[in-house]
Design a protein around this ligand. Structure first.
Ligand code: 5GP
Ligand code: ZN
Length: 119
């Protein structure tokens, strides 16, 4: 499996940097965001080092399906499935992506704001 020793999230997955673990298995890893933007803010990522959505291709279909399946499982376990939540991935400069290891934000636990342009 591809990993990058200089990548923050690869180091979190490897346990070299501590995190508040929410879920892990052989394909994915989920932990609480250090700067939560909502009462519940979890980051869900593939163990494999993929920079962002731009690197995905048709072959990644099963992995993506598994990520969404896991996001649903996490939402259920965290008790936010009925109240609602948002799953979002940032891609590149205009999105504000700061960590270049594909990850999905799971946000919920309270009413979320609108999202779009920053003005
Ligand atoms: P991005 O802006 O790339 O979509 O999301 C990166 C996220 O990673 C941000 O929400 C940021 O708060 C979070 N983050 C950055 N460094 C750390 C860290 O060391 N630990 C944890 N748990 N989250 C981090
Ligand atoms: Zn990585």
């Amino acid at each position: 499996m591809t990993t990058d020793p200089n990548c923050l999230f690869c180091n979190i997955i490897a346990g070299r940097i501590p995190s508040a673990l929410v879920y892990q298995d052989d394909q994915v890893f989920a932990f609480r965001d250090i700067h939560p933007q909502a009462k519940q803010h979890i980051l869900l990522l593939p163990r494999q080092h993929i920079v962002s959505m731009t690197e995905l291709s048709h072959e990644d279909g099963p992995l993506l399906a598994y990520i969404y399946e896991t996001a649903l499982k996490i939402a259920q376990e965290q008790g936010i499935e009925q109240s609602g939540y948002r799953v979002v991935t940032n891609v590149g400069p205009n999105s504000g992506q700061t960590v270049f290891h594909l990850h999905f934000h799971i946000l919920g636990g309270e009413q979320l704001g609108l999202f779009g342009a920053a003005h």
